[in-house]
Design a protein around this ligand. Structure first.
Ligand code: SAM
Length: 242
């Protein structure tokens, strides 16, 4: 799959992609991410891409023509065009999974006060990364790219993201690594006894517990089995006793 990011700060985006798992994944060709400078699509001599808003008001807007020209140059028949915006639908794991199955995505990163509204005629989806306002769409574009590329085959182990928070509808269970004891804090015994069935049971119980404590809204959408109901009752008692 291919992601094209259109931005006025290409170096910022490129530098974040050049680290850690993203660097490895892109280096191995497990996904392709290209970063385009919106200025290269400017129609003006001085590569201008912003201007003041009609009707007055603070700040600058990204102009319609360079955005249009960039999409015209990069968009193919099977492309999904995503615009980053606090007004959009909030990005989540389900969207990352859906986007990860697409062939080609273009992400438009805004800046200043945002975009000339006319570009929305050429956009398929408006996506926000949360109810707050950032200075630009570069971080949202990177957040989406990271979440999408991470799901491509062989980027990380399949079991690893299948157990991640949100993937199966619950938050993830806690993890521990060596040493087994430090400053009086012990790793739960069950994780050290090598009984994989017991470990799986413990992890499921803890995932339910984390979700119950931190994100009850997720439990409302989760299909609880009869066994889960019993576990939840147990969790409630356990928490009351704490
Ligand atoms: C300062 S913001 C513009 C905010 C805009 N005037 C508004 O109130 O909705 C500049 C750009 O940053 C990006 N941006 C800021 N916050 C975002 C968020 N929560 N999710 C996605 N993109 C965001 C968008 O690309 C936006 O066009």
């Amino acid at each position: 799959m291919k992601i094209d990011i259109i931005t006025i700060f290409p170096d910022m985006v490129k530098s974040a992609l050049n680290e850690s798992i993203m660097r490895r994944a892109l280096g191995l060709g497990l996904a392709e991410v290209n970063v385009f400078d919106l200025r290269d699509y400017s129609l003006s001599k001085h590569k201008k891409v912003d201007d003041t808003p009609y009707g007055g008001g603070a700040g600058m807007l990204l102009q319609f023509p360079p955005l249009y020209e960039a999409l015209k140059a990069l968009k193919k028949e099977n492309t999904k065009v995503i615009i980053t915006s606090p007004r959009g639908k909030t990005f989540n794991q389900k969207m990352a999974e859906d986007f990860s199955k697409l062939d080609h995505i273009i992400i438009l990163a805004g800046h200043y006060e945002g975009f000339d509204e006319r570009i929305y005629h050429y956009v398929d989806e408006e996506v926000s990364v949360g109810d707050y306002v950032l200075t630009g769409g570069e971080l949202p574009a990177l957040i989406m790219t990271d979440a999408i590329v991470r799901l491509q085959e062989d980027v990380i182990k399949k079991e690893s993201h299948e157990n991640d928070s949100f993937s199966n509808g619950l938050l993830e269970h806690p993890h521990y690594t060596k040493p087994a004891t430090y400053k009086g804090h012990e790793v739960p015994e069950v994780l050290r006894n090598g009984n994989h069935q017991e470990i799986a049971k413990w992890r499921h119980y803890e995932a339910l517990k984390q979700t119950y404590i931190k994100r009850k809204d997720l439990l409302e959408k989760y299909e609880l089995s009869k066994e889960d109901m019993k576990l939840l009752a147990q969790i409630k008692i356990e928490l009351e006793e704490e």
